[in-house]
Design a protein around this ligand. Structure first.
Ligand code: UD1
Ligand code: CA
Length: 469
């Protein structure tokens, strides 16, 4: 789908990537007031990952050798998020938001360094999370013939608000005209600037210095680099990209739209990778959810961040899973909750209304009904009965519960941490266990049972007589 506006034949993308280093600048200075949020826009999430995180992962996948992120003043949270996803990124502050050209200039020290040797620079927005790495590879192809600038365009259903890609008589890209500055004839053009632009690294600093702010917004438009390069007799190019990759997030409604696009892609990838989904539209995946083969996911399952699922796992309906690793052959749910630190080995069974947090369960361990397992370990083939609670919190500190291999915890037991149930030990139902139990012992903590023969019959007879008379 490459709409090549006038560049000669190029080497392939992989040749380009091997030959030249790629520097990427991500612009994230905008606050995003239309989100109506206390948080900067790029920290909002789709599929459990921030918008900025998505962009940083994508540009890394596209082969970025070095990265700059431009943030606004007082955006330490954005700085931290950028460094979380790209620890080697260089962070620059843009003091006032005076346009995309001005934002790029904030990264000038990095751009000067990149200009020292042949290479590509790509600029992407931090609020455009659906962009994919292959499209960035195609944008680089648009620079491979010696072009100074390559623009990622798209055919807009409604071009209102976008910069239009203007062409000369020969059909070559000549300039980008922002909507506000465009004539009626120019506004009729539907091939638009998608925002992402590529540059010859050696030419970029000089281009940026020549961008002025003589336009309807009084802003420094990065898009003016196209006309400036053409005036210098340099070639430029445009490639077409699917519109859904260029969806920029300005509102919560667009956030939900982007989530939907991302989920559709992620479900498709999971199914293509060997996962059965009975009702894919009801399964929500994290950006980093990993599946083995022959996994079955029943309807209404939510995956938060940090989940990995092994082979032959069956996840029954209505589970909420985050920060958990699930071993081969495990059975989860229905109605199970796996929280961060739930680390389940092969063949573990977690049944209905069981919550597991920060507990490692060894091979074949089971908690099949109605339990809370928090902060501890469950050994191989141990069985945790219905209604068992790991009492891990005393109001001040969290403590660990260890149930060793082969132990059997009877129903409705409270294990008051810190406490250890030895290998093969039994805990009688209904016990409150607050001291360690040695291996193969029975621990029982309940009042002795009283039985009064005939009592119920006498009681009934008494009550009947009273009611009658
Ligand atoms: C920009 C393009 C337009 C394109 C559109 C695609 C320019 C001049 N225009 O317009 O051609 O069709 O994107 O969505 O580039 N930013 C900063 N600092 C600034 C200004 C912007 O960091 O001083 C960041 C913003 O946070 C935002 C991005 O750059 O993420 C785009 O800026 P915005 O002002 O929204 O540009 P558009 O008007 O959408
Ligand atoms: Ca925008």
């Amino acid at each position: 789908m490459t709409a090549d506006l006038g560049s000669p034949t190029h080497p392939t993308a992989s040749n380009v990537q091997e030959a030249k280093p790629l520097h990427v600048v991500v612009l994230a200075a905008g606050k995003g007031t239309r989100m109506r949020s206390a948080r900067p826009k790029v920290l909002h999430k789709i599929a459990g990952r921030s918008l900025l995180g998505h962009v940083l992962h994508t540009v890394r996948e596209a082969g970025a050798a070095s990265l700059s992120v431009v943030i606004g003043p007082d955006m330490d949270d954005v700085r931290r998020e950028a460094l979380l996803h790209a620890p080697d990124a260089e962070i620059f502050e843009q003091p006032d938001q005076r346009g995309t050209g001005d934002a790029m200039k904030a990264a000038m020290p990095a751009l000067e360094r990149a200009a020292a040797a042949p290479g590509d620079v790509i600029m992407a927005f931090g609020d455009t999370p659906l962009l994919r790495a292959p499209s960035l590879g195609r944008l680089r192809e648009g620079l491979a013939g010696g072009e100074a600038v390559a623009v990622m365009g798209f055919h807009a259903g409604d071009p209102t608000g976008y910069g239009r890609l203007l062409t000369d008589e020969a059909g070559h890209l000549s300039a980008i005209r922002e909507h506000k500055d465009a004539s009626d004839a120019e506004r009729a053009i539907t091939f638009c600037n998608g925002g992402v632009m590529g540059f010859d690294a050696t030419a970029l600093p000089a281009l940026l210095r020549r961008i002025g702010n003589d336009n309807a917004n009084g802003e420094y438009y990065l898009t003016d680099a196209v006309a400036i390069a053409r005036a210098d007799g340099r070639a430029v190019s445009a490639i077409a990209c699917p519109e859904d990759e260029l969806l920029g997030i300005n509102t919560r409604v667009q956030l939900a739209e982007a989530e939907a696009v991302f989920q559709a892609r992620a479900r498709l990838a999971a199914m293509e990778g060997g996962v059965t989904m009975i009702s894919p539209e009801s399964v929500f995946l994290g950006a980093d959810t990993r599946f083995g083969r022959d996994v079955i996911v029943e309807p209404n399952v939510f995956f938060g961040p940090g989940v990995s699922v092994g082979d032959d796992v069956h996840i029954r309906a209505h589970c909420h899973i985050e920060g958990a690793s699930i071993g081969d052959g495990a059975r989860i749910g229905p109605f199970a909750r796996l929280r961060p630190g739930a680390s389940l080995a092969a063949a573990v069974h977690i049944g209905n209304f069981v919550e597991v947090k920060n507990v490692a369960m060894a091979e074949g361990a089971k908690a099949n009904h109605l339990a809370y397992l928090g902060d501890g370990e469950v050994g191989a083939k141990a069985n945790v009965g219905a209604g068992t609670i790991f009492c891990n919190y005393d109001g001040f500190n969290k403590h660990r519960t260890v149930v060793e291999a082969g132990a059997f915890v009877g129903s409705n037991s409270a294990l008051v941490a810190p406490v250890r149930i030895g290998a093969g030990a039994f805990v009688g139902s209904g016990s409150v266990i607050s001291r360690d139990v040695e291996a193969d012992a029975l621990a029982l903590e309940r009042s002795p049972q009283e039985v009064k023969p005939g009592w119920a019959a006498k009681f009934r007879a008494l009550m009947k007589r009273r009611k009658a008379g």
